[in-house]
Design a protein around this ligand. Structure first.
Ligand code: PHB
Length: 414
């Protein structure tokens, strides 16, 4: 078997890996991107996707295949609904542009991936699907290696100058970075999950509704004019097949008082567990983690894909420093710089989750305190602005000198 050579081996063809390969190519740095899934699986797995302005601006510049502006939907706000009982149920809107001058885009991740894969292949990217990485070693040397099995079942080995783990929450690269244990991170599990459906129906609301009802949380989201995505809080052990369509609609409707849900055939259902995770280490020697390989957030804050892009913008800068100028300064700064944004997003996702869900066994005190918290947010411009700033996203850091700057400085530059 010949040992192939490349400058950067990127494991994972999700948003993080594909965007990173583009950033490297722009700097003339060759990479190989590998993913154990097939192209059809990556493009066909329906995923959520709220994109911050900065992420949209970046995706729109990658190749000429991006449909984010033509197919993505700009959202200028979200609705927060909450209350004690039907009569007292309140509905509030958080107006993003008025509060922050920014918006978000609803553009499902698999659509962004279809665009990115087409753009990377058109640019000549070496992109290998169905390729499983089984071994990573030598990350403490300057020629780390990965080995595994190709789509055809043949063994392969690649020697690189750097290895990037962009391979999701079950990352094969993470143990090499954390020095052993696969979990190796700060972890929190929540005592509830989301029961998600996709249905054929017109929109029930122009904007997303996050509803904290006395029966628990519900989220009304969209996919298109004719396909809608909705969720309701459920037990993590719930069986997605156990409820009839009528029971699902009754549950959703009961949790969104005052909103008339437009029903239609349910063609997909799933139960999403809630976890918060940050890897103890984000870099070791010549390997680093980005995206879900580095961290997981519960979906309530809609931060997943945005955080992945934040990571690769920083790592891209650090890798250019290393591979074009031989300096490890950027790499040394990467974990701290990435962590700052990661932990802000962790906090925001945890805060939205705990403010909007009813944990099993919640006391009356906690329930009333939660309503007090929601009221504090919606009745104060400072409260609404805090939520809107975090939801629409903090400015991305994109130059090496940014790494040691604080946010106010980088805001000026964006
Ligand atoms: C979704 O559309 O699937 C979605 C939207 C917003 C979230 C989570 C999921 O916070």
């Amino acid at each position: 078997m010949t040992i192939e050579q490349t400058r950067v081996a990127i494991v994972g063809a999700g948003p993080a890996g594909l965007v990173l390969s583009h950033l490297l190519e722009q700097a003339g740095i060759e990479s190989i991107v590998l993913d154990r899934r097939s192209r059809e699986e990556i493009e066909g797995t329906i995923r959520a996707g709220i994109l911050e302005q900065g992420a949209v601006d970046l995706l729109a510049t990658i190749g000429d295949t991006s449909r984010v502006h033509t197919s993505g939907d700009r959202h200028d706000g979200i609705e927060l609904h909450f209350g004690a009982a039907d009569e007292a149920f309140e509905r509030h809107r958080i107006d993003f542009p008025a509060l922050t001058g920014r918006s978000v885009w609803l553009y499902p991740q698999h659509e962004a991936l279809i665009d990115l894969i087409a753009a990377r292949l058109a640019a000549g990217q070496d992109l290998r699907f169905g390729t499983t990485v089984e071994r990573v070693w030598g990350v403490d040397s300057d020629r780390p290696r990965i080995a595994g099995t190709t789509a055809e079942g043949a063994p392969f080995e690649i020697e690189a100058e750097f290895v990037v783990g962009a391979d999701g929450s079950r990352s094969a690269i993470r143990p090499a970075v954390t020095g052993g244990s696969h979990a190796g991170g700060y972890f929190r599990e929540y005592p509830f999950a989301w029961f998600g459906i996709l249905c054929e129906a017109p929109r029930s609301s122009a904007e997303l509704i996050y509803s904290n009802s006395p029966d628990g949380f519900a989220l009304i989201s969209q996919r298109s004019e004719t396909v809608q995505r909705m969720y309701f809080q459920c037990d993590p052990e719930a069986d997605p097949e156990a409820l009839s369509e009528a029971e699902i609609w009754d549950t959703l409707q009961a949790r969104t008082p005052g909103t008339e849900l437009r029903e239609g055939r349910i063609f997909q259902r799933d139960v999403l567990r809630f976890r918060s995770f940050v890897s103890h280490e984000l870099r070791r020697g010549r390997a680093a983690l980005v995206g879900d390989a580095a961290h997981t957030v519960p979906p309530t804050g809609a931060k997943g894909m945005n955080l992945a892009i934040g990571d690769v913008l920083l790592l891209g800068v650090a890798l250019k420093e290393l591979l074009l100028h031989g300096s490890e300064r950027g790499l040394d700064a990467y974990p701290e710089a990435a962590s700052q944004r990661i932990w802000k997003a962790q906090h925001f996702s945890w805060w939205m989750t705990s403010m909007l869900h009813l944990a099993p066994g919640t006391s009356d005190f906690d329930r009333l305190r939660q309503l007090g918290e929601l009221r504090t947010v919606v009745e104060s411009e400072a409260g609404r602005t805090y939520l809107a700033e975090a939801y629409t996203g903090w400015p991305y850091r994109t130059t090496l000198s940014d790494v040691s700057r604080n946010d106010e400085d980088s805001r000026d530059m964006s």
